[in-house]
Design a protein around this ligand. Structure first.
Ligand code: NDP
Length: 490
């Protein structure tokens, strides 16, 4: 039987980078079957052995860093330097997940409380079995590794479906895993188009799906998962806001804003898309931004738009913003496929698509606000809620604003810095999705809590869960609970 294949293309040149099988439902079923067996083996290894092997996997990836960065450059289009940075971040996450899994998930005693005085209570987090990871193309190593590393460290086997735009990287990640762990296919990659991901999500033996991509596709994946009550973690992008307060370091804020918006051609789920600057520093901030953006070039500082279809959305948003607002940099002519030059537009109405919908391109809208409170209110008036940024020299005020920002993560005086801290959970709210990857929450996301209560001795005269219980025992219980909980504090 001949295998049907599809090509992955270099988005800058259109050249074929590689050819990969279109894995249909049968192939996906077989992969999940192998993963089930591998999951049993991996779980039985124990936390110590898994840690050792995952640290080996980390070493193998690190040894292939240059080769992987080159492949990311070819398939996704980003400069090799940015690809290297992405892989380094993925390595630090793999390291953290491997080193912290036992501490976060391992068995521990918990306080049984006064009424459970005669019990020993233990809690541990056990593996789920097979986890399906459906990944995107914008950070084809870092983003899926945020699920893969944590799922593996929690004791699961993973079947990974990379985006059809970056399948070669997905294949390589599994090949490198097999170098570190040759015994069982604990991490497998299946390649193909949307149907391959759909087959993975629909398989009842997949115990959790970790999805990264658009909100629309997340809904489809969730509907498929609903058939089997398969839980999902969904990371669906955003429309992140960047707030510049009156006491911000304007030079640093403009620099960070530009990089947060334009790097990776703006194809970053936590990229800067909306900028709110308080009136007091609006003019100097815009001067800094304009000076700096003049030196940023598509094709040099960042690569092409990876997904050709996205160019239409970016163009529509630019056209719309340019019509309604005032162009500061670039404009309607900035889209020169496959590249988009940086675009900055100010005074764009808040209800326009360029402000409301995810653009996923090197564009920002900037708006003057009365004060930081108004900036925060506008920032929060979005259906998305993924990340965000606050620039202010007043730490207390910046922390306040960050806490009130309706998002899963906020960076202060830096952009996207939370993504590089493995101990911090990553994920959003609203249309940005739910659940968390990274950190202790990311490990627990791929595990099930197991609670055990063991009676150490019978409580004299207090056998409450028995048909032999009499009125005297109930009376003692009422007296005890009144003593423990019956007093008002004021
Ligand atoms: P999608 O959400 O369509 O794709 C994301 C992943 O889901 C890919 O691996 C895709 O496979 C897979 N997939 C597609 N259809 C299904 C299905 N029915 N069942 C299971 N899996 C499926 O995103 P796109 O790549 O098309 O990008 C569209 C928009 O999504 C972008 O413009 C951007 O706004 C947003 N996005 C957000 C990302 C983020 O980081 N949060 C990342 C990427 C995109 P395949 O690629 O083979 O179709």
């Amino acid at each position: 039987m001949t295998t049907v294949t599809f090509d992955s293309l270099n988005p800058a040149t259109g050249e074929i980078v590689g050819s990969h099988p279109k894995h249909g439902p049968d192939a996906v079923r077989q992969a999940v079957g192998r993963a089930e067996e591998a999951a049993g083996w991996w779980a039985a290894l124990g936390a110590g052995e898994r840690r050792r092997r995952l640290l080996d996997y980390k070493a193998v990836i690190t040894q292939h860093l240059r080769e992987l960065a080159e492949l990311v450059h070819e398939e996704n289009g980003k400069p090799v330097g940015d690809a290297t940075l992405e892989i380094v971040l993925a390595i630090t996450h793999l390291d953290w997940a491997a080193r912290n899994a036992q501490k976060v998930l391992g068995r521990r005693r918990v306080n049984p409380g006064m009424i459970g005085l005669n019990l020993a209570a233990t809690l541990e987090y056990l593996p789920l079995g097979v986890v399906g990871v459906i990944g995107p193309w914008n950070y084809p190593v870092f983003t899926p590794m945020g699920s893969i590393a944590y799922a593996l460290a929690a004791g699961n086997a993973v079947v990974f479906k990379p985006s059809e735009l970056t399948p070669g990287i997905g294949v390589r990640l599994a090949e490198l895993f097999a170098e570190a762990v040759p015994e069982q296919p604990v991490l497998q990659t299946v390649t193909g188009l949307g149907e391959t991901g759909a087959a993975l999500a629909a398989d009842p033996r997949v115990r959790k799906v970790a999805f990264t991509g658009s909100t629309a596709t997340a809904k489809r994946v969730m509907a498929a998962c609903a058939e089997n009550l398969t839980p999902i973690v969904a990371e669906c992008g955003g429309k992140d806001a960047f707030i510049v307060d009156a006491d911000a370091d304007i030079g640093k804020a403009a620099d960070a804003c530009l990089w947060g918006a334009m790097s990776n051609a703006g194809q970053t789920c936590v990229g800067v898309e909306r900028v709110y600057v308080v009136d007091a520093v609006y003019e100097p901030f815009m001067r800094e931004l304009s000076d700096r953006v003049a030196k940023v070039k598509a094709g040099e500082d960042y690569g092409p738009i990876t997904m050709p279809g996205q160019l239409d959305i970016i163009k529509r948003h630019i056209d719309d913003a340019a019509k309604a607002g005032k162009v500061v940099a670039g404009g309607t002519g900035s889209v020169r496929a496959p590249y988009v030059e940086p675009v900055i537009v100010e005074d764009v109405p808040e209800e326009s698509p360029a402000v409301r919908e995810e653009t996923f391109g090197p564009t920002i809208t900037v708006r003057r606000t009365r004060d930081a409170q108004e900036a925060l209110e506008l920032a929060n008036a979005s259906v998305y809620g993924l990340g965000g940024t606050v620039f202010s020299r007043n730490t207390r005020r910046a922390m306040e604003l960050a806490r009130m920002m309706r998002s899963g993560m906020t960076a202060i005086n830096s952009v996207i810095s939370f993504a590089g801290v493995p101990a911090l959970p990553f994920g959003g709210m609203g249309d940005s999705g739910f659940g968390r990857i990274h950190g202790a929450d990311g490990l627990r996301e791929f595990a099930r809590p197991k609670a055990i209560s063991r009676q150490r001795f019978a409580m004299p005269g207090m056998n409450l869960t028995s048909f032999t219980r009499g009125p005297a025992e109930l009376e003692r219980l009422i007296r005890l609970v009144t003593f423990l909980h019956g007093r008002r504090k004021r």
